[in-house]
Write a protein that binds this ligand. Structure first.
Ligand SMILES: Cc1cc2c(cc1C)N(C[C@H](O)[C@H](O)[C@H](O)COP(=O)(O)O)c1[nH]c(=O)[nH]c(=O)c1N2
Length: 230
């Protein structure tokens, strides 16, 4: 007997209030971690769960364009740190005066302190030339990969694992260190390790770099610029 697609539907009730609270707690207390990493290694089964969470992400045309390079090797991480340092100096020079001093005072990576890093990449060729849903915006493959990163980030919060996203480097430098082919795009360098303390607010807000915008300033009603009534 043929199984019709609708026979594959399963019950989708709302979560219990405890389950909901857990989801929102992960979302609200997730932080970008630079310095709070504890030295103990992440067990393989924890890494496997985080990668499974990432791999559960939505993707355009179910393209699943991601790869995950788990980097434990200290020498490679040291070379990535060197690439960060070079780029970070270039970045500092893009700010002027007091902002440059402030920028230099910020901690913006935990590449060597975190016991493991995961480089998340996007393969634009994963599902052939024409991909359902990506026909009119090729960047949708990268957006899909970012969804995988966010899944991993939230799952990590629930596991007591901190994640720090580092993007201050020339992509080619990291490709050279990890042997990544030319056509693959690097989406994220993630530093991972157990944490027992996290900032209650984004570290950049705590350090006075930039504050969270009021949500109501960002929400429009029906058309751009139209504020919701009331
Ligand atoms: C695409 C992308 C790239 C980066 C980041 C994030 C994202 C989404 N963030 C982390 C960023 O600073 C942080 O998410 C915000 O400051 C908000 O803080 P919480 O994540 O809520 O703690 C980040 N942080 C950092 O210290 N160095 C970096 O290179 C980057 N790069």
């Amino acid at each position: 007997m043929q199984v019709e697609p609708q026979d594959r539907l399963v019950k989708a009730d709302a979560f219990s209030s405890d389950e909901r609270a857990a989801v929102y707690r992960a979302i609200e207390t997730r932080r970008d971690v630079r310095d709070q990493f504890l030295p103990q290694p992440l067990p393989d089964d924890v890494i496997a769960r985080l990668l499974a969470a990432a791999h559960s992400a939505p993707s355009v045309g179910f393209m699943q364009p991601w790869n995950f390079i788990v980097v434990r090797d200290e020498d490679r991480r040291a070379r990535v740190f060197d690439a960060f340092q070079r780029a970070n100096e270039e970045a500092a020079l893009m700010f002027e005066g007091a902002a440059q001093d402030k920028y230099r005072s910020l901690k913006l990576e935990g590449i060597r302190k975190a016991p493991v890093s995961i480089c998340v990449t996007c393969d634009p060729t994963r599902a052939g030339k024409v991909v359902l849903g990506r026909t009119h915006n090729p960047r949708m493959d990268a957006f899909s990969t970012v969804c995988a990163v966010q899944n991993l980030w939230l799952a990590a919060r629930a596991e007591g694992v901190g994640v720090g996203w580092v993007s201050i480097f020339h992509e080619q430098d990291i490709k050279t260190v990890l042997g990544i082919p030319d056509h693959i795009e690097i989406i994220a360098w993630l530093c991972l390790g157990y944490v027992d303390r996290l900032y209650a607010e984004p570290e950049l807000a705590v350090n006075g770099w930039r504050q969270r915008l009021p949500l109501e300033d960002l929400v429009f009603s029906d058309a751009w610029g139209v504020r919701p009534a009331g």
